[in-house]
Design a protein around this ligand. Structure first.
Ligand SMILES: Nc1ncnc2c1ncn2[C@@H]1O[C@H](COP(=O)(O)OP(=O)(O)OP(=O)(O)O)[C@@H](O)[C@H]1O
Ligand SMILES: [Mg+2]
Length: 490
């Protein structure tokens, strides 16, 4: 953010005020130099003797300034990051009583930013007086050389010297110094833009990790068959996260993915819309490798509901419409009804026109989830990916979410990282993942009967949910598990 806003501003400032001045200064310089050489070449040479020293001084100062300006850009980035994090995490800051530490940290990065700026300004401002001193030196040289020539035989290296000529040259040298100083100072100040530009270009040069293959084709209308063939994946080279995962989902099936934290569940679903590439094997949709179709055509047909729904600070209507931008108001409302969200929306102050706070503040967790479901329902994708939220909501909202999800999943190929027993029970297939491998698979009841890894997971994770009666309204009670009580209490 800092690169895009602050660094680009330094460039804008530099260009808007520097370029015009540099151009007029250069014209003046060449005009004067031309005239001096025309009038008396040897005296011109004497007058311009300090120019190389000025150039060297400017280069040295601007080099230092560029280094200092680089530092200021970095520090400015830190100031922004620190500020952004502290404000975004204001709840955590308050809850953990971190306000004083955060203010202290902010002071520290601010001080570093100030010091870097002072250093940069010191170099840019020290240049002008140094050049001015050199300018007086040039005057003195011209006065001395011209004066001695006048006192002597009134000639300099074969040319005639007159008092008028010496005075003309003294005036020229004075006029000459102005643009030189101006250009040198601007050049040094431009280093700030150079430092900012470096950072912007570094950003622009970043190659996206996922690019369409040359000649990638449009994904045809998806039927919904998804197949993983020996899929391996890694975020870091040499640290495999998925190890030869294979499964097939028929169109319309619900695949529940369960397993301990860090098992690779999110990684599996990230591979379907090709947020990452596999390191081995293939991910196929309707028999087509996802790497050979354009990401745009692929992702347009896949709906995603993530654990933490991102809501924008606009109306409820627009937030749902995010699922499909060309949807009419009626379609948005129909989707909200399907997701059982319209009841609570109607109770909001301005109904569908209620403007949400930043990141959807003003809504409860459960309400946000319902909006997310409505958003996905509006998009009406053939393949749906759902990372179920773990945050607990009240029983009534929970029932509503369950019912809304059932409607949303119906008829679509769905991948659900399931935390709800009801979702798992209704799934066509449950994949049990551990350490990047599928260690068990089958339906909920098959897996329970096997009394393996899944059985243990069920005992520790879902049984309480069942006791609370949250998953009993689908009419199917789970088989009685003998010894469950002892298991849970032991
Ligand atoms: N962006 C990433 N960069 C590096 N490693 C990652 C990244 N995302 C996940 N991992 C690692 O990959 C492994 C699997 O992560 P993944 O997010 O798939 O787990 P998960 O099964 O979804 O866990 P949870 O139930 O906690 O969400 C973990 O060891 C994790 O540390
Ligand atoms: Mg996860």
């Amino acid at each position: 953010m800092s690169r895009i806003t602050n660094d680009s501003e330094t460039i804008q400032q530099a260009f808007s005020f520097a370029l015009v001045n540099v151009l007029s200064g250069l014209l003046l310089l060449f005009g004067i130099a031309f005239n001096m050489i025309r009038l008396n070449p040897p005296l011109a040479l004497v007058s311009l003797a300090v120019v190389p020293i000025m150039v060297v001084a400017t280069l040295w100062f601007s080099g230092q300034a560029r280094r200092a300006f680089r530092r200021t850009r970095l520090e400015m980035g830190s100031v922004n990051a620190e500020l952004q994090e502290s404000i975004a995490a204001v709840r955590e800051v308050q809850a953990f009583n971190r306000a004083d530490e955060n203010i202290e940290n902010f002071r520290a990065v601010n001080a570093a930013n100030r010091d870097a700026n002072i250093r940069a300004v010191a170099f840019t401002s020290a240049l002008a007086p140094s050049l001015e001193a050199l300018g007086y030196l040039a005057l003195a040289i011209v006065a001395a050389v011209g004066g001695f020539a006048l006192l002597g035989d009134q000639s300099l290296m074969g040319t005639t010297i007159s008092l008028g000529l010496v005075i003309t040259f003294l005036t020229y040298v004075q006029r000459f110094n102005q643009p030189i100083q101006q250009i040198a100072v601007l050049w040094t100040n431009l280093q700030s833009a150079v430092a900012g530009g470096e950072r912007i270009f570094n950003l622009l040069d970043v190659e996206p990790a996922i690019l369409d293959m040359p000649g990638a084709r449009e994904m045809p209308s998806i039927q919904g068959a998804v197949e993983f063939q020996n899929v391996s994946a890694a975020y870091k080279v040499g640290v495999p996260v998925l190890d030869r995962v294979s499964f097939t989902a028929q169109p319309g099936q619900t695949i529940a993915i369960v397993g301990p934290t860090g098992a690779g569940k999110t990684t599996i679903i990230n591979l379907i819309p090709r947020f990452y590439d596999v390191t081995g094997g293939t991910v196929m949709i309707d028999g087509l490798d996802v790497r050979y179709v354009t990401s745009e055509s692929l992702r347009r047909q896949i709906g995603i509901v993530l654990q933490d729904t991102f809501l924008f600070s606009t109306t409820v209507m627009e937030n749902i419409r995010f699922g499909r931008l060309d949807a009419s108001d009626e379609e948005v409302i129909a989707a909200a009804k399907l997701a059982y969200a319209d009841a609570f929306i109607d109770r909001l102050a301005d109904g569908y026109q209620t403007v949400l706070g930043e990141r959807g503040s003003g809504l409860s967790q459960g309400q946000r989830q319902l909006l997310a479901i409505a958003r996905a329902a509006l998009a009406d994708p053939r393949i749906l990916i759902l990372d179920e939220a773990t945050s607990s909501v009240d029983t009534r909202t929970e029932r509503q979410i369950q019912k809304a999800l059932e409607r949303l999943l119906a008829g679509r190929t769905s991948f659900v990282i399931a935390h709800r027993l009801s979702t798992i029970r209704n799934a066509s297939q449950v994949l049990v993942l551990d350490k990047g491998q599928i260690i068990e698979r089958g339906t909920h009841s098959e897996l329970l009967a096997r009394k393996g890894f899944y059985y243990d997971l069920y005992m520790s994770q879902f049984r309480r949910e069942e006791q609370l009666g949250l998953s009993s309204d689908d009419g199917r009670r789970s088989p009685h598990v003998p010894g469950a009580a002892q298991f849970a209490s032991s």
